[in-house]
Structure formats: C-alpha cells, structure tokens
Ligand binder design. Sequence first.
Ligand SMILES: *[C@@H]1O[C@H](CO)[C@@H](O)[C@H](O)[C@H]1NC(C)=O
Ligand SMILES: *[C@@H]1O[C@H](CO)[C@@H](O)[C@H](O)[C@H]1NC(C)=O
Ligand SMILES: *[C@@H]1O[C@H](CO)[C@@H](O)[C@H](O)[C@H]1NC(C)=O
Ligand SMILES: *[C@@H]1O[C@H](CO)[C@@H](O)[C@H](O)[C@H]1NC(C)=O
Ligand SMILES: *[C@@H]1O[C@H](CO)[C@@H](O)[C@H](O)[C@H]1NC(C)=O
Ligand SMILES: *[C@@H]1O[C@H](CO)[C@@H](O)[C@H](O)[C@H]1NC(C)=O
Length: 701
Amino acid sequence: MWLLKVFSLACLTAVCAGQDDSHAVTRTIQENELVTTKPQPDPPTPILQRLTKWSDVFETEELQFRCEVNGTEWTYSWYKNNEKLHEEQSLLTISSVDHTHEGQYSCKTHLKSKGVESESSNTVDVKVYTKPKPTVTRSSDYAMMYPKEPIDFTCKVDVSSEWEYVWYHNGTEISDSSSEKHTIHTIGHPDSGKYHCKAKRGSFYTEASGTINLQVSDPPTPILRRLTKWLDVFKNEELQFGCEVNGAEWTYSWYKNKEKLHEDQSLLTISSVDHTHEGQYSCKAHLKSRVDSEFSNTDDVKVYEIPVPSVRPLTQWLDIFPTEGVQLSCRMQGSSGWKYTWYKNAEKVQVGKTVKIENDGSRLTISSSSTSDRGKYSCFGKLEDRSVISSFSSNLTLYVYDTIPKATIVQNPKASLMHTEDWVSLSCHVNVSSGWDYMWFKDESSLVSSGNTHNISSVVVSDSGSYKCKVKRGNVFKPTQSEAIAIKIEERPQAEIILQTKWLDAFATDSLALKCEVKDENSWNFTWFMENDKLEESTSERHIVTPNNDPEQHPYTCQGVRQGRPFYSKMSAPLKTKNLLLKRRILLSISGLLFFGIIAIFLGCIALKFFRKPAAENELPDENDLFLSMTKTKDSPDGPCPLVEFITEASLKASPKAVEENGEICSETTSLPIILEENQAVMTDTNNATENGCGLVSFKA
Ligand SMILES: *[C@@H]1O[C@H](CO)[C@@H](O)[C@H](O)[C@H]1NC(C)=O
Ligand SMILES: *[C@@H]1O[C@H](CO)[C@@H](O)[C@H](O)[C@H]1NC(C)=O
Ligand SMILES: *[C@@H]1O[C@H](CO)[C@@H](O)[C@H](O)[C@H]1NC(C)=O
Ligand SMILES: *[C@@H]1O[C@H](CO)[C@@H](O)[C@H](O)[C@H]1NC(C)=O
Ligand SMILES: *[C@@H]1O[C@H](CO)[C@@H](O)[C@H](O)[C@H]1NC(C)=O
Ligand SMILES: *[C@@H]1O[C@H](CO)[C@@H](O)[C@H](O)[C@H]1NC(C)=O
C-alpha cells in the first residue's frame, strides 16, 4: 500500500519533472531518501531497444542497441553485466560480435547539468553463436544424371530462420536463385559441375556449404551382339542376340526393322528361325522412369535355306569292273564347313580296306571294287558344331560288272593265209562300257597302233604272226587281253607268159599263141593286158595274137585271177610281140641256110652217092614254102590274112579297114591246116581234159 503510493507519486513527479529536469532528479533522490518528503520528479527510465532484428547473433554479425528516452539533453551510459562500457551515445553499435560480447546489456540516462541519473533500463541478453554452415542436399542421389532429368538442391541452416540463400555453380553465384531450394527442371550438359550455397541475412553471410557434384552425361548406347557365332543362319537354327550396356539396373527393348518386339531381357533368343525372322535387329536400354538410350547398332539377319549337296563321280565311269577303282565326291555349292556322311542303298557306308572316306567326308574312294559295291550312293552334310543337317543328295548309281571285260579281236577279211599286197584290218572290241585304251601286240611285242583297229594296207611276208589286243582304262585297271589270231602271209604267186608258137611255126602261121601260167597248186582264170589295156574278151589261159587283133604288135602281160585266195597273181613280165614272127623267121632262115650249107658241105663231103630225104617237113621250110602256105591261106574262103600285110607296116596302113572288117573272122580262123595237123592228136586226147586243151576248147567253142 505504501509502496504503491510511492510509485504513483514517483510517476506523477516524473510527468511534472519534464519542465525542470535538474530539480526533478535531485528531488527524486531526496524523495527516495525521505519517502515522506515532498516528491521530486525522477528522471525517466530509458528503454533499451535492440536495433538488429534477430535475438540470436552470430559471430562477426553487427549488433546495435538504442537507449531510448524522451528529450534531447540526456547523456547515456551503457552496461554489460552491470559493468560500465565506454559509450555515451544513445546508440551502442558492435560492428562484429564475438563471444566476448555476450552478456546482459542495459543503459542509463544522465542529466549532467542536474547530476541526475536515471534508473537502469530494461536489460537485453545477448548470446553470440558461432557462424553457421549450411548443408546442401540433392533430390536424387544418382551418381550419373542424364539430360532432361529434373533435380533439386536444398540448402539448410540449423539455427535461426528468415535466411536468404545464395547458390553457386562452379564457384559462380547463380543470379536468379535465392530460395532454400534450387530446382533445375531439365538438366543439360552445362548443368554439370559443383554446387554449393550460403545463407545470408542482411549483410551477414554464413559459411559456404560443402559442395555437391552433379555429373551429367548422355545415356550409354547399348551394343548389340550376335551370340550365335555364325553370320549365315540356316532355317530352323537358333539365333541369339545380346544387348549390352554397363550397369545392372537397365531394362531392354528389342526392335526388328525399328518395330518393337515383345521382349525386355538383355538376351533375345529365337529358337528356330525362318524367313519371317529376317530383318535388321537393334535394341535400346532403359533406366526405369528416367531415361531411354538411343538405338544400338543393327544386325542384319538373313535366313538361308539349307543347301543340298550334290554327288558326282571324280573318276570317269560309273559302270566299272571288279578291281577297278572309283571316286565319288559330295559337295555343297558355295558354302563351307560341312561334314559329309555317305549312304549306300539307304544304309551308312562302312569304311573298310577298299572303301575310304576322306578327313571331311567330301570324297569316297573305292580302291578295288567288287560286285558288293554296287548300289545307289548319296550323301548329306552337317555343319560342324551346329545343328544344321542338309537333306540327302540325289542318288548316284554305281554298277560293278560280274567279270572283267572281254576283249574280242576280229580280223577282216577273215583269212588265215594271205598274200603280199593284201590288206587286213584287225579290230578289237569290248562290248561293255567305254573309255578303253587299246594296245596291239604281234608275237608278244607291242605295235605302235593305238585305237581299236590295226590296219595293214599291204601286207608283206614278215607280217606273218600271231596278233592280239589288250584293253585297259585308267591306271588301276589290269589290262585284259583278247585271243590271238594267227595270220600267215605268203609271197603272191607270179604269172608268166609262155610263148607257145614254136620256132618252126613261125613259117606256118602268122599268129602268136601266148599262154599264161601261175606256178602253184591252185587253178586259175586269167586276165590279159595289151600294153596296159585289159582285154575283156580274153579270160582263158591262152591268148592268140594275130595280125588282125593286134596289128601294132603290142607288148602283152597277163595275170592269174581266181575266186578264192589268192584272188590274183602278180602281173607277168611283159612279152614283146613286135616283129617277133619276122625276127624268128629271119633267124630260122639264116639258121636254115647255115644248116643246109653245112648239110650241103657234109653231103658234098660224103659224095653224091647217098641221097636221103630230110626227116621232118617242118624242118625244111624255105622262103617259098612259107609263101606257099601264105597263098594257101589266101585261097581259103574265109578270107585272106596275108602275112605280108602282117609284117609290113606299109601295107598295114594301106588297108586298115580290111583288117577291121575281117579281124573277127581272122581270129576265128587262125586255124591253119598246119596247126590243125600238128595238134590233131592232142585234140582227140584232150577232149575231156581241160587242163591242156584250154586253147583248143576255146578254139572249138
Ligand atoms: C516520450 O513522450 C511521449 C509523449 O509524451 C511518450 O509517449 C513516450 O512514452 C515517452 N518516452 C519515454 C521514453 O518516456
Ligand atoms: C562447370 O564445371 C563442369 C566440370 O568442370 C563443366 O562440365 C561445366 O560445363 C561447368 N559449367 C559451367 C556453366 O561453367
Ligand atoms: C536313293 O536311293 C535310296 C535307296 O534305294 C532310296 O531310299 C532313296 O529314296 C533314293 N533317293 C532319291 C533322292 O531318289
Ligand atoms: C559281252 O560279251 C560277252 C561275251 O560274248 C557276253 O556274255 C555279254 O552278254 C556281252 N555283253 C553285252 C552287254 O553285250
Ligand atoms: C582300218 O580299216 C577299216 C576297214 O577298211 C576302216 O574302217 C578303218 O577306218 C581303218 N582304220 C584306220 C585306223 O585306218
Ligand atoms: C573261172 O571263171 C569261171 C567263170 O567265171 C568260174 O566259174 C570259175 O570258178 C573260175 N575259176 C577259178 C579258179 O576261179
């Protein structure tokens, strides 16, 4: 009650004291000392005001107080923890606080002139905090960020509030960002780098936060790999691709000709391809709800039909003989890496002593065949290490004959005995298969002939011998030989002309009788040649040359001909008929004269007492007799063939017509009486014997 009275009084005096401050202060002191004394107005109590906004101050921050009181004449004193400070202004400013500035601040006012001091103001407690360091965080903690992704950075200061923020990128302030959160909606490559922040209030800046790194890079391009090793894929084969990108968290998508497939694993497997699977394959990698990669490289897939192998012979023949070899090949056109398997008559070929199949199966060799090797051969191919099997090739039929071939030798013309100048053709035949090589042998020594005929256009005696041929083909086949054919060659018989007109006949006849003779055991017909012209009408052993049928007296040759071998003889030596009769007559006349001369001498020698008639008429012809006989023939009714005409060329030329007219008759009537007489006996003897009577027979006919 009492105290309340004092305060109200003090309050009242304080209001009044405004008119007279100096009095008031002293009065107040007096009033306090003497409570009951008349109240003096007290100096007003100042109010301490902090001018800086925040109650929590940080080292280096500025701190400002004002000591507020009405009136201007006041001086001030400042206290920290009741200790007086050296400051007398109404403002107390600490430009950069530190921990020594902590404490309870108050102030008082003084009216110097009156020596009055006010009460202590209210106190303000100052605590100094160390400078804060903000922390910076990012919304996504991916080590790697991809373009177009969003990101937030947050700057946090633990103490106080009402901060403003400053953001830095690569150490440079970001001008348009002052909030706690720095947001980049779509990042790009330039956004990569170091980020940090500071908080600020007024001119106060916190420490810099730690830096946080943003790494921006393009998403990786996946690599498409074909996991099946081969590039050429055959129908029904497996095909596998892998899509590769670093990191496990990726998913994948697959494309064929840029069209999406239903597959999201890193492997794409097609277990059995066909033509619908052909195309360009590629893949993409995806990071869930973040980023899609570009297309990978592409792989062009082509699906091939499995080729069919072809089987063909490497040796020439598919019909072969026992022991002959054969080689067959199996090939896939324009493709490699195949292994082949051989079948015979739908059963796998068994390799053996004579049957061999090479390192990749492409060649089947039968070195020495037998009939069991007959059959239809085919093959198929399989790709090494792959499940690709071709279908069977076509069949190749191999035939092995039961026996080795038989060579047959044929002689044409067929004759075991031949004569010089004959031709002979030997031919060798194998009636099966083809491609034979022929070899010819005579008496076991080989002949130069090749081919299946051995011809001799004109045989000689030394060609006699035993002929045979051998055939072979290739190198593996043992030659087979024919039977031998023996041919004997004899010298062709010689024809010879014998002049049958006797010496003494030279006077009795004007014709010449020629006989052709071949001295062997065969019977012959004959051909006569005048000069070189064949005399068609004359085929008998004898040929009569008369002044009529050959007035020019040509040389004559003859040849034996027959139906069997030898068909003809050698040509005779030519017989010259030119003036033969005349020459003979002259010779005979001279020899007759000589003879009679000798006889006369002889007779003269043995005297004339013994006279004897000459023994043979024909030994005594003289010139007169000859002409006598000539006249006789002239007198013959059949027509004259005067010997004079025959022996004198002049008269010949004088009447060639007559000769021609009478030629035939003349030759028919060469039968002169003398000749008739001479051969009368012979004629009767040989009526049936044609051998000697050749001339006669023809004459008779
Ligand atoms: C100063 O005077 C005004 C009006 O007279 C008053 O409102 C204010 O509170 C006074 N100030 C102090 C510190 O006494
Ligand atoms: C910041 O630094 C990073 C890395 O050094 C750089 O890639 C990026 O381009 C820089 N950005 C700017 C805007 O300077
Ligand atoms: C080949 O011959 C075998 C056995 O005779 C037969 O089964 C197969 O069908 C033949 N193949 C062809 C393509 O004719
Ligand atoms: C080949 O000749 C032999 C022997 O003369 C005979 O047995 C065989 O049938 C002939 N073969 C042919 C194909 O003519
Ligand atoms: C051998 O003679 C025959 C028959 O005259 C003939 O057909 C063949 O061509 C001749 N061969 C040769 C090699 O002269
Ligand atoms: C001679 O010729 C005749 C008639 O042409 C014939 O009948 C006869 O067989 C031939 N004689 C000989 C040995 O050829």
